[in-house]
Write a protein that binds this ligand. Structure first.
Ligand code: NAD
Length: 478
């Protein structure tokens, strides 16, 4: 029997006023319904926003150490439930058990991290040039934060928004993605058990345009943090900035790994294959382009094909090399890009077909002879598809790396320190890695992109994550 889940508004688990529901299913076994959720409407979202508004003053004046204690306790409760959270994540989203377990652990770590930070929020005393003036900064919460999140990291991304928003003293309304909302419900449950007062966190599920759209445009919401596609992010930005809200956007990527002629080719193939095929290529930071010097090109293509061919598929709970796509439409979209790439003249070296079995499985695909102008080299595929572009110089490699609309993560594999330094200086990306895959982030340093990947003004994670949810007053007290 599928779980029947509810919205969480003002500390109560409640049905939508529409009375309608939608289902989540297992992407590895689509006949299996995992849970039903309220198909909420704009009025449900408004009630959640009002609850957050009513709770925000009291939470904002709750001492930082007390807020921190609740967040840290939430981390401990999530830790106790790690196995069941991991299984729920696998069943709704399709990741392998190892990938999902790593993601749940990240959420746990984030709550402990911001739990420990909450005591230090408040401001700093400065020395004034006037003898009798006390000069200090005072940090205050913004009020109500609206969070809109995607399905591909359904617990880590909500955690890296909810925890700093609450640590900084804001009340929150979150609309999780409809394909995998269950782990956000579990997080709300853990926060409630840890002692979070009613109304401080509210969770509403339903259609993006209606529930997300209401949160993005509502006058009682002070800040919007959105992660998702660039197309939706731009719509959210327009709605949110109409009344001057603070906005944080984390969107798509077309992340390159440059492979220099000085690289160890086997090492480069490991780095690129892990970055391209991990989490079924469904990461905003996935390596979707390898830009490879012609002297090592053929050897590199063969080495990556070997790694792609070695990947086994299966239900995520059995911890195979690769789980399914999250949905039929994501699978269809990947297959369509495989067709487009071949029509444009790229060579399919391996993979690219749906598996002849139940579930939304696809073989990882490797394309050679890719030109930077092709759609496969320009557009986000969001599947396990790698485009390998040959170049004849390091200058050309950097030019190609930057020759896309996006600028999220970029890596270089090189044995030459001068090349590595040039890459850091010249590549258009918010995350730059040397001899590492494009995926994988640490939680205590800023994360964000450039160009169409992000709004460049605000970063997430680390101290930057807290800055987004806070405003600073400078006080001169004579
Ligand atoms: P999406 O843009 O379709 O949806 C994201 C969220 O926005 C969902 O909760 C959705 O319901 C909601 N939404 C949809 N229409 C809306 C509207 N009109 N107004 C307000 N909200 C609306 O993205 P997705 O398919 O869930 O996730 C995949 C995308 O997310 C990829 O493009 C990926 O690159 C991106 N992503 C980016 C990062 C990052 O940090 N840069 C991280 C993960 C995923």
């Amino acid at each position: 029997m599928a779980d029947q889940r509810l919205n969480y508004v003002n500390g109560e688990w409640t049905e939508s006023r529409t009375g309608e529901t939608f289902e989540t299913t297992d992407p590895a076994s689509p006949e299996e319904v995992i849970a039903t959720y309220p198909q909420s409407d704009a009025e449900d979202a408004e009630q959640a926003i009002e609850a957050a508004r009513d709770a925000s003053d009291d939470w904002g004046s709750t001492p930082g150490p007390e807020r921190g204690r609740i967040l840290a306790k939430t981390g401990s409760i999530l830790d106790e439930r790690k196995d069941e959270l991991t299984e729920l994540l696998v069943r709704e989203e399709g990741k392998t058990r190892s990938e999902a377990g790593g993601e749940v652990q990240r959420a746990i770590d984030i709550f402990h991290y911001y739990g420990s930070k909450a005591s230090d929020i408040g401001g700093t005393v400065k020395s004034s040039s006037a003898r009798d003036t006390n000069l200090y900064t005072k940090t205050e919460p913004l009020g109500v934060a609206g969070l809109i999140t995607p399905w591909n990291y359904p617990i880590a991304i909500p955690a890296w928004k909810i925890a700093p928003a609450l640590a900084a003293g804001n009340a929150v309304v979150i609309k999780p993605a409809s394909l995998a909302p269950g782990v956000v419900h579990e997080m709300a449950d853990a926060l409630e058990e840890a002692g979070l007062p009613a109304g401080v966190l509210n969770v509403v599920t339903g259609p993006g345009s209606e529930v997300g759209g209401t949160i993005a445009s509502h006058e009682a919401v002070d800040a919007i943090s959105f992660t998702g596609s660039t197309a939706v992010g731009n719509t959210v930005y327009d709605a949110a900035t109409e009344d001057g809200k603070r906005v944080q956007l984390e969107m798509g990527g077309k992340n390159p790994t440059v492979v220099s002629d000085s690289a160890n080719v086997e090492e480069a193939a490991d780095i690129v294959a892990n970055g391209a095929f991990g989490v079924t290529g469904q990461a905003c930071t996935a390596a979707s382009r390898a830009i490879v010097h012609e002297d090592v090109y053929d050897e590199f293509v063969d080495a990556v094909v070997d790694r792609a061919d070695a990947i086994d598929h299966g239900h995520g709970l059995d911890d195979p090399g690769m789980g399914p796509h999250v949905s039929e439409s994501e699978l269809e979209s990947t297959l369509e890009y495989v067709d487009i790439a071949q029509e444009e003249g790229a060579t399919l070296e391996c993979g690219g077909s749906a598996l002849d079995r139940e579930g939304y499985f696809v073989e990882p695909a490797v394309f050679s002879d890719v030109d930077s102008e092709m759609r496969i080299a320009q557009e986000e595929v969001f599947g396990p598809v790698l485009a390998i572009i040959p170049v004849s110089s390091y200058d050309e490699a950097i030019h190609v790396a930057n020759d896309v609309d996006y600028g999220l993560s970029a890596s270089v594999v090189t044995d030459d320190h001068t090349e590595a330094n040039r890459f850091v200086e010249e590549v258009d990306a918010g995350v730059v890695k040397i001899n590492e895959k494009t995926t994988g982030l640490e939680l205590h340093v800023p994360f964000g992109g450039m160009k169409a990947s992000s709004s460049e003004t605000y970063r997430e994670q680390g101290d930057a994550g807290l800055d987004f949810y806070s405003i600073t007053k400078t006080v001169y007290d004579n």
